[in-house]
Design a protein around this ligand. Structure first.
Ligand SMILES: NC(=O)C1=CN([C@@H]2O[C@H](COP(=O)(O)OP(=O)(O)OC[C@H]3O[C@@H](n4cnc5c(N)ncnc54)[C@H](O)[C@@H]3O)[C@@H](O)[C@H]2O)[C@H](O)CC1
Ligand SMILES: [K+]
Length: 506
């Protein structure tokens, strides 16, 4: 599924109209009817419905929705929030068709507030992706009224007041119970400051052909069908070498478990062979957790790995480094050594990211792929901006970093964004707040390593890793766990259920 900015959506409309003759009125008809069908599934025939229509094409969708509902014997009226002369173009045409079909349009005046108060269902078709700046009157007061009412609120395309794109931080906007998105989800569906306004959401197709999306946007949402198509398969005559050899370097005296979780997660996800590398005390502590892995003891000073020359990096398909490694000068040297010498894909996580801020020239010079898996705090540190600033524009910042340093960026969050060095971005929809715990990142890195070393495109491999990680947590909280008690090690065990679900669902 593609993700768009407002500009991309407008460009697609233009292309559809100019190049293939899909005109605006037809797209509006498709949009309104598709939304109306979704609405009918949610509400009852006895509900009193008020469609709030604005001046633009979002309002135009509102007239098509009202006409379709009326035709199916629903109790519906349109409250037109703007004066008649503001309703023009395609929206005007659809208003006329609605009226000719017997539809009622109530002009906005103070008395019509009663209409809002009396409605069981409010359909918000006031402002869509055409919003500029903060909402003006009378929309601002109406939004306050809508949000104060108990009625069921369905927004069309986008909750009025929310922008389509990233960049803002606070909004006066409709709090929808359900948003029916037209054509493709907008960036704001996935952003921390705007996602909650949407409530439950769904996308409806309006007939824009896929090649138009492919031409104009390089952002998408990774879905189960994508996972099924791209996940490495196991063949009858496979041996462990077909599924990759991976090296995981991490762990120090305070954080032995990080390495253990990455190793277990990698093997559980399908890695052929995993070597865990750490100090002898760490290995002695964790080896029993995962007897299927092999381990390499490295020298350490005061519990931190200190001698990089003894590691052979040559015989691996991918290497992960940094989980629980520690923030010492000697561990920085180790990260530098791996960045400079590894001739396979590397994944840098945890304390490796802390060191990376001083190793950016080295990462830029790599000729083999590099992946970083920061949470917002680590990403902000690498970019030299505040977390607050980063979270206003995560798509933009992740892309800037990925393209500048030619790395794959896995920016972790409720909606993790995977960005390729070319700037292609994939959003992961799975996961829940149960993952907001120590160890989750170490598990994700292990899964990512297993995917990366099995010869997929890296963008697909990393998107699959995020999907599996989140889906494991989702299945666990649906069945035996809650978001409170879910542990990172549960997420590793939950991978079993993920694979069984994926393979049994065809
Ligand atoms: N391909 C598609 O996605 C299609 C989408 N459709 C719908 O069209 C809207 C976008 O329509 P547009 O006319 O460009 O803009 P809006 O209706 O969102 O809003 C314009 C309207 O709002 C007023 N306005 C702007 N900013 C403010 C503000 N801060 N305060 C108050 N009022 C504001 C402005 O003056 C205009 O009057 C999209 O979201 C879909 O719903 C098509 O129907 C089908 C194709
Ligand atoms: K709207």
């Amino acid at each position: 599924m593609f993700i768009v900015t407002a500009k991309e959506m407008y460009d697609m409309d233009r292309l559809a109209m100019q190049e293939i003759g899909l005109d605006g009125k037809l797209l509006m008809e498709n949009a309104g009817r598709a939304v109306a069908w979704k609405v009918m599934r949610k509400i009852s025939q006895t509900d009193k419905i008020c469609v709030l229509a604005g001046a633009g094409n979002n309002g135009g969708d509102g007239f098509v929705i009202a006409r379709t509902l009326l035709d199916h014997n629903y109790h519906v009226e349109v409250l037109q929030v703007v004066p008649n002369d503001k309703v023009t173009g395609d929206a005007y045409d659809h208003k006329r068709i609605y009226e000719k079909c017997g539809g009622q349009v109530v002009p906005y005046e103070t008395g019509s507030i009663q209409m809002v108060k009396e409605a069981d269902v409010l359909i918000d078709a006031m402002i869509g992706i055409g919003i500029k700046g903060e909402v003006r009157e009378p929309f601002a007061s109406l939004i306050s009224l809508i949000n104060a009412e108990q009625s069921y609120v369905i927004s069309v395309d986008i909750p009025s007041g929310v922008p389509a794109d990233e960049g803002g931080e606070s909004f006066h906007a409709v709090q929808a119970d359900y948003t029916i998105i037209i054509g493709a989800p907008k960036q704001s569906v996935f952003l921390p400051y705007t996602a909650s306004y949407y409530g439950e959401w769904e996308v409806v197709s309006i007939g824009l052909p896929t090649f138009i999306f492919k031409r104009l946007t390089s952002k998408g949402m990774w879905q189960l069908e994508d996972v099924k198509k791209t996940l490495p398969k196991r063949q009858l005559f496979d041996h462990k070498g077909n599924h990759g050899r991976g090296l995981i370097i991490g762990g120090c005296k305070e954080m032995p478990g990080a390495l253990s979780m990455s190793v277990q997660a990698a093997l559980k996800s399908g890695a052929g062979l995993i070597m865990g590398a750490s100090s002898l005390p760490v290995i002695q502590m964790i080896a029993g957790n995962c007897v299927e892995a092999t381990y390499s003891a490295l020298s350490a000073t005061d519990g931190y790995l200190d001698n990089h020359s003894e590691i052979n990096l040559d015989s691996y398909d991918a290497i992960a480094i940094g989980m629980g490694l520690g923030r010492k000068e000697c561990t920085k040297d180790l990260v530098k050594y791996v960045i400079e010498k590894a001739t396979c894909p590397i994944i840098i996580d945890g304390d490796g990211l802390y060191h990376l801020s001083q190793l950016l020239p080295q990462i830029n010079e790599r000729t083999h792929p590099s992946v970083i898996t920061p949470h917002p705090g680590e990403m902000a540190m690498l970019l030299g901006v505040s977390v607050r600033e980063l979270l206003k524009q995560p798509f933009q910042y992740a892309k800037e970093f990925a393209t500048a340093y030619r790395v794959y960026v896995v920016l972790k969050g409720r909606y993790t964004i995977v960005t390729s060095p070319e700037g292609v971005q994939m959003v992961n929809p799975t996961g829940n707040p149960g993952l907001a715990k120590g160890g989750s990142g170490d598990v994700l890195t292990g899964i990512a390593l297993a995917m990366v070393m099995q010869k997929q495109s890296l963008l697909q491999a990393l998107s699959n890793a995020c999907y599996i990680h989140g889906m494991s947590a989702d299945l666990l909280v649906q069945h035996q766990h809650s978001e409170h008690d879910l542990l990172a090690t549960d997420v590793i065990n939950g991978i079993t259920d993920v694979y069984r679900t994926i393979s049994s669902s065809g």
